[in-house]
Write a protein that binds this ligand. Structure first.
Ligand code: FES
Length: 138
């Protein structure tokens, strides 16, 4: 427990943007191959800007804290900016994660990319340059 920063604990205890967006423009679901935890992210996009992001995570405290943080980070960003958000950036925004929990932050980055890929497909663009592979294929 002493390995978690205050910010991680705070986002775990009071996660932001939990829920679903029924009329989302993009939805992405990823499973963590290391532990089996699952995260689903919903985003709304207007004029290339992410206006809303929500998530549901069935996972550990670090997964919940990083989901919460990434939904805060993407709001107001363009798609191109959002695609540059790495799991490390999310972990850093939380003041860091214990090394053994870094894999949890990968879910946040990948769920976001999957949601953006879903949106790309809807508008007829090719997401293959950034879409994460499913966990079974690597
Ligand atoms: Fe599964 Fe953290 S232990 S995402």
């Amino acid at each position: 427990m002493q390995n978690y920063t205050e910010k991680v604990m705070e986002h775990f205890m009071h996660p932001r943007n939990v829920g679903e967006i029924p009329d989302a423009d993009g939805v992405g679901t990823v499973g963590n191959p290391v532990c089996g935890d699952v995260m689903r992210m919903y985003i709304k996009i207007k004029d290339n800007i992410i206006t809303e992001a929500k998530f549901k995570t069935f996972g550990c405290g670090s997964a919940i804290a990083t989901s919460s943080m990434v939904t805060e980070m993407v709001k107001g960003k363009t798609i191109e900016e959002a695609l540059k958000i790495s799991n490390r950036a999310v972990a850093e925004a939380l003041g860091g994660l214990p090394p053994i929990k870094m894999h949890c932050s990968v879910l946040a980055e990948q769920a976001l990319k999957k949601a953006l890929a879903d949106y790309y497909r809807k508008i007829g663009k090719d997401p293959s340059s950034f879409e994460p592979l499913d966990e079974h294929s690597h």
